[in-house]
Design a protein around this ligand. Structure first.
Ligand code: 13P
Ligand code: SF4
Length: 377
């Protein structure tokens, strides 16, 4: 393999998690679809086993069609852990690529085609903010042990913080197990950043009366007394793609399709999960449609690209978007566009690494421990 040089491109964007944000060179901005596909395939042929492409279920078709593995964030973190390739190209968002970097060996390099793919929910719990909250919450509960759990949708420094306090990471498919683990070790759980997944998990465990919310942006919303009384403290973060779904959408879809069953992601509001027939991670949503009988109708409450993939993958099942044309794509996932994929692959062929995700060594070890604890539950 050619010796790599780290690219240095001028950029004036500093809004995102990584300051190595590189903009797409102009010659890659208007590629024709067929030319682009040919160039991606040619680069992949050239790179051979040196590269593996992981594609999250929310990625657009032009990305997943090149992926070696497609899945939810949990499945992809396992694929990253098993990958032998020198380069892992992550079709997903920053927090997923960070987890891949933490889990893979030191001689493997993780590339996120566009550094602008930053999940807004992950940005709702900055480690500094969490440190301040932790000081207040622990002061309000001096005689109890609080175990912090962070959803996978968070940055590496927060994962490291959770590990340092005896906590762990979870995904939407194993949040209930993470809560059980935490209650074996301590008295209370601080769950970050998604309050809806936290609330839905509390219901699943029959602990819905034990919830308090912590709103880090609102001085009135930080109620230390409520926290002292409650066993589950939920950070006030959310996903705007999933918060959009309402019980009206469920009623409307059932009115126009009386046979329809509804499945939603657990990032949806509590009342939506309650009104649906089923709730589950993106992998569970895929499994449900895969196992459906021909002619069944499933309305899907999650990011629109997954619904479109399911329509394509299972033409014998009637797959509907839960809120019709109003269903959203994820703005962060959308940043991974096929022009970026072409660019990072052709740069690798030329011996240059672009948009490398490299988690700071001091965070890697502890964040890795938080992920390991998750993989063991
Ligand atoms: P999964 O954990 O189901 O892949 O979901 C990730 C995500 O970002 C959902 O919004
Ligand atoms: Fe983040 Fe929501 Fe996008 Fe998932 S769908 S990556 S939680 S913004």
């Amino acid at each position: 393999m050619v010796k790599m040089e780290t690219a240095e491109l001028e950029t004036d964007l500093s809004l995102f998690k990584y300051d190595s944000l590189e903009q797409l060179p102009p010659q890659y901005r208007d590629l024709e679809t067929s030319e682009r596909t040919e160039r991606i395939e040619a680069a992949l042929e050239e790179l051979g086993d040196d590269v593996v492409i992981l594609g999250h279920n929310y990625q657009r078709q032009e990305i997943v069609e090149h992926a070696d593995f497609i899945g939810d964030s949990y499945q992809l973190s396992k694929e990253a852990a098993n990958a032998d390739a020198e380069y892992v190209i992550f079709g997903g968002v920053t927090f997923m690529a960070e987890s891949a970097d933490i889990i893979t060996d030191d001689d493997q390099t993780v590339i996120l085609p566009s550094m602008e793919a930053s999940c807004p929910m992950a940005g709702m719990a900055e480690a500094l903010q969490v440190d301040a909250a932790w000081a207040e919450i622990t002061a309000a509960t001096p005689h109890e042990t609080i175990i912090p759990i962070t959803y996978m949708n968070s940055y590496a420094d927060l994962k490291a913080f959770c590990a340092s306090q005896g906590g762990l990471v979870c995904t939407s498919s194993n949040a209930h197990k993470a809560f059980e683990y935490a209650f074996e070790k301590g008295d209370k759980v601080l769950f970050l950043p998604d309050k809806h997944l936290g609330e839905n998990t509390a219901h699943r465990l029959g602990m819905e009366d034990a919830i308090a919310e912590w709103d880090p942006w609102d001085p009135e919303g930080k109620d230390a007394a409520a926290v002292a009384e409650s066993d589950i403290i939920l950070w006030d973060g959310y996903c705007q793609v999933h918060e959009r779904f309402t019980t009206d959408h469920i009623e409307q879809v059932r009115d126009s399709n009386p046979d329809a069953q509804v499945i939603v992601h657990p990032e949806c509001r509590r009342e939506v999960v309650e009104a649906a027939d089923k709730a589950g991670s993106t992998a569970e949503i895929c499994r449900t449609v895969e196992e459906a009988d021909p002619g069944d109708t499933w309305a899907i409450g999650t990011e629109i690209h997954l619904t479109e993939h399911l329509q394509r993958w299972h033409p014998d099942v009637n797959v509907l978007p839960l809120c019709g044309d109003a269903c959203m794509d994820c703005n962060a996932m959308r940043q991974i566009d096929p022009n970026y994929l072409t660019w990072v692959l052709e740069e690798l062929v030329a011996g240059r690494e672009r948009n490398v995700i490299d988690v700071a060594p001091e965070e890697k070890e502890l964040a890795g421990l938080a992920l390991e604890r998750m993989l063991e539950i």
